[in-house]
Design a protein around this ligand. Structure first.
Ligand SMILES: Nc1ncnc2c1ncn2[C@@H]1O[C@H](COP(=O)(O)OP(=O)(O)O)[C@@H](O)[C@H]1O
Ligand SMILES: [Mg+2]
Length: 251
């Protein structure tokens, strides 16, 4: 399989003391859905920002389809490959749901009426009803906001979808529904996806290929079902703790 994303010995620090990414290496194949899990604060969002090229790395390299993140000439081409579903959705409060999506389409679609048509099509594709299109983000539920943000992310037809904590702020039932929607969308579009989360149950919904991040490095990559019996103590503990949390939530 063709490698879509390659991280080679990537370093990122803040100030003098805080080394967040400590020589991390990672390879993701074309069409793969990879989950990256790790404790809160371990550097997952930083990793995504470095991959997107909106945060500069200190050392190493990131390649997407062979294009380096630091290649200034080809950066527009690099950037266009991605869409991200941000943790807080990042919808514009002063724009309606529909305007949020049409605005994003300004990047790729010149024709104004086509832009509107396309935006409506994407909103319908993520399961939003017409009555929601003209509402503002503050007027709709968290689940609907997630759907609107997803519609905006896929409207520009990216090759890679990035999901940052896609279930944060949602109740467990809505979180499950959204995970299913993300999985179906990724499958339907045939895109490569990278999801970062501290919640292992997200991994179980979205894909079974997981990389575990700890102390700035990938300490293990494998399938969720192998976590309990693998040789890595950190991974075993992480898996056990997640199971305990889901049991507590179920009771
Ligand atoms: N812009 C920044 N300046 C300084 N420190 C940062 C910055 N962004 C993130 N950090 C620090 O990097 C660490 C990892 O953060 P983050 O990637 O957001 O964690 P998470 O795994 O929860 O997404 C944290 O200690 C955070 O405080
Ligand atoms: Mg984060």
């Amino acid at each position: 399989m063709k490698k879509k994303i390659i991280l080679k010995d990537v370093y990122k620090s803040f100030g003098e003391g805080l080394r967040v990414l400590n020589g991390i290496s990672l390879e993701i194949e074309d069409g793969e859905s990879r989950i990256i899990v790790g404790r809160s604060g371990c550097g997952k969002s930083v990793l995504l920002k470095c991959l997107l090229g909106i945060m500069k790395i200190d050392g190493g390299d990131i390649l997407v389809d062979g294009i380096g993140v630091g290649d200034k000439k080809r950066f527009p081409e690099y950037m266009r490959k991605f869409s991200i579903l941000f943790q807080g959705n990042a919808l514009f409060d002063s724009m309606t749901v529909l305007e949020n999506v049409t605005f994003a389409l300004g990047r790729t679609e010149r024709d104004k009426s086509l832009r509107k048509l396309k935006a409506e099509e994407k909103l319908a594709a993520v399961g939003l009803e017409k009555r929601v299109f003209d509402l503002y983000p503050a007027e709709i539920s968290g689940g609907m906001q997630k759907r609107a943000a997803l519609a905006r992310a896929i409207a520009v037809e990216p090759e890679i979808l990035l999901f940052d904590e896609p279930t944060s702020g949602l109740d467990p039932v809505t979180g499950g529904v959204i995970c299913n929607l993300l999985r179906d969308t990724v499958e339907l579009l045939g895109v490569t996806s990278v999801t970062i989360t501290h919640d292992l149950r997200v991994a179980e919904f979205l894909s079974d290929k997981v990389s575990v991040l700890n102390e700035g490095n990938v300490v293990w990559t494998g399938h969720t079902r192998e976590m309990e019996t693998c040789g890595n103590e950190f991974v075993k503990n992480f898996h056990r703790a997640s199971n305990v949390i889901s049991k507590v939530r179920r009771n």
